[in-house]
Design a binder for this molecule. Sequence first.
Ligand SMILES: [Zn+2]
Length: 224
Amino acid sequence: MVVDKEDLIRSEVVQGAKKLYEKGLCDNNEGNISIRNGRKEELFITPTANQYDTLTKDQISHVDFEGSLISKGKLPSSEIKLHIAIYNARPKVRCVVHTHSPFATTLSIARKNIPIIMEEQIVYLGGSIDLAPYAEAHTEDIGLTALKSLGDKNATLLSNHGVLSCGKSVIDAIKFAELVEKLAKMYWGALQIGEPHIFKKENLEKFYDMYNRLFANYPRKKTK
Ligand SMILES: [Zn+2]
């Protein structure tokens, strides 16, 4: 039997999307997940007006880096430009996740970063989770501002909007989105009862080394 690789990626997008929905990170009609199509300048992404509970692989949009549909599927998520900006700047990234998860979005509305409050945050995400300045949804700008605040890390907050995470695998990108929400919840909670203790970057080199070895996906060699 010939294995259709693109069909497998469609199934991975569906499984990833349903995971985001089951974990409460995305509701119907919001958030999105995409997977790069190998080395091609193409991706598979959840469709616009996505209904996670009834999503099938035939609904997944197959688009090029211009945002145009290539094969079967519904119209792509209106946040397609955000995903393309990440794939263009981060060749190692295989999966991009965007959510409006409630605690992280709450912090983005209060215009707060999540400082370093746990060691695992460095290992998986690369440190503090910084807030991108406000940019209108569905525009090129939101991709550019997200990339800037992402820096060398794996997740960022989008002002008055939500979360963006990216990883070398689908499992990673989903885990990172989930961790951002968990950290946002804990930071929010700590703010309610006192002054959160924030780690300083010094003396945490061991965790940055682990990040660079295991989960970092930024380009190490700067291209011209
Ligand atoms: Zn959004």
